[in-house]
Design a protein around this ligand. Sequence first.
Ligand code: NOJ
Ligand code: CA
Length: 724
Amino acid sequence: MSQKRLGGLKLRSEAGSASQFLPQRKSSTARHSAGRLCFAAICVWLSGYVTPSAAETSASSPNGEISIQADVDPLGRPIYKVLFRGTEVIGPSRIGLRFANTPGLAEGMKIESFNRRTADTTWEQPWGERRFVRDHHNELFVRFISDKTPSHKLGVRFRIFDDGLGFRYEVPDAFADGPLSIVDELTEFRLPKGSTAWWIPGRNWRRYEYLYRTTDLTSIDRVHTPFTVRTQSGIHISIHEAALIDYAAMALDQRRPAVFKADLAPRSDGTLVKKEGAFTTPWRTIQISADAVGLLNSDLILNLNEPNALGDVSWVEPGKYIGIWWAMHIRDKTFWQRGGHHGATTAEAMRYIDFAAENGFSGVLVEGWNTGWDASRHEISTKINFTQPTSDFDIEAVAAYARSKGVRLIGHHETFGNLTNYEQQLHAALDFNARYGMRHTKTGYVSDGGSLRKTDSGGITRREWHDGQVAVNHHLMVLKEAAKRKISINPHEPVKDTGLRRTYPNAVTREGARGQEYNAWGTPPNPPEHTAILPFTRMLAGPMDFTPGIFDLMPNRKPPVSEELGRSDEDNRVQTTLAKQLALYVVIYGPIQMAADLPENYDARPGPFQFIKDVPTDWDQSMALAGEVGDFVVFVRKEKGGADWYLGALTDENERALKLPLTFLDDGMNYTAHIYRDGDNAHWDTSPYDIAIEKKAVSSTEMLNLILAPGGGAAIRFEHVEDR
Ligand code: NOJ
Ligand code: CA
């Protein structure tokens, strides 16, 4: 066993490859038998490939509760399994890859070597749910080798943390004769039968924008990740991936009852992934917890991503924004100029800038500011222009006005799913945004799943998936180009988050689920349970631009602005209480948060609006205190660099009484709790505006009783006060 420190990184190695160890280690403790050379816990497989013992290809989490074992089955198929507190949570499941043009790494394999390592480091986030993140894990690296084609090797690196594990494939280039086309990834997750699952369908036209279904595992066909299940004994498991780079996103296909297999979004040529030379895959992740809340207090996905690659990122600015946005979704205004109801006019933008400046918002998003929106549905994706404002939007004047008020414009690039049209304009478009002082750009990829357009140099247009390798590479390219200009990116209709914000901190947030917009026009709108499921599913991936804060909860009951525009069905409404809209700012994490409603709707309710003005978007610490998937959740967060704490609690369609110890508050400190709770008669359907706003002196020794109304919530600012 060796101990060494590498630039703050504490590593403990327990084994190595033959070439690393053989010359130096002639220890008397060495055992050499049947092709196996062992030094205490260290084994290196030399030849003959005697199956190692289970203990030798196993590894556990630092606290010993999670353990994994890698193996090969009698057909030489690499497999692994996972135990939690002695119970099998992932039964023997296959691992491996197949290629179009060379033998696969799938069967006829043996274990060639393995080694272990321990790491315990703490790293700092430039922004996030918490400032410091501990990365404490044990690692097991296993190298499988093909019987028939010994040049074919498959490395599998497992990292086991107290909150779950990740593993990835590492493929050396030794056997690759030219580019490799992956045609199958065999990774399986054999889940406990009888588990309950919360899921959205994979590979469908609305991408990730589906209502979550709560069913037994057997009702599932293909799902997106994060995919969350609860076993019959109450263990919570969520499967996802980390560091999705130059690869296709993984959905899961239920192949046999309870056996979910990786199902990579294919490229337009029918292969899954193309690779040249040695490569590693994204991490396949399994978060495991004895209760639902444990899933929320996990840093697994971030820990499996590489450190910041952008250097100084002080220009990545968390903050709150408003925008010319909701007005279009409720049909008060239009994205397009024709028809006389254009939202993005110079005067309207200035009105929003005034409101932002008066109320402390750092950004103003303006959608529909550019030419192209007037084109027909079939032409719009090729006509949309990212440097040409409409004739009624004077960008020079608006940007100068914003600057004079200390507010930044937020750029908007709706690509309508035409990757090539956007890529051709990208440099000029980002230069344009930087020139006008924009630090954030919201992008959009509205188009059916599987129909992103990519045109090659010969002019042939192909269709790609929103989460295929081509789209994944597009998104990273946009991030890198944006970073060169100090711009952060917020994609809608994105590829799912896999924690890349650690490596590229300008990946601030994204959509990738049904957001607030569905309450304007979605059929049906988001039911009360939606935001009680999101934290335990979509949000495990990372921040979301949900766009909370709608105060006019029934916008479609207003008379239409014009007959031509009309309104959506009046049942399209926000199915929450007002207090729950406030709770979303704490529950649904995002370093940039929108106050999504119209300025006049905030002016009408200054009491509750105060919470939106106060709540920060960047935190020193965050904790989920209580919750059950799909029922309710309670989060507390401490503001970055300050002493105030914030609480957000929300429930589904059921009323809930919560008793919360305030032990998270700093000991010995006094606070004034500014409580925004459901009024005594509040109900999302019948009395959604009933809100009580109260002040109370509290400290960490007290208990808080909260009643959440059906479809309701609570938001609290615990303001630190020196003295009472
Ligand atoms: C869909 C996005 O989710 C929404 O926020 C945006 O306003 C529209 N596309 C138009 O770009
Ligand atoms: Ca959307």
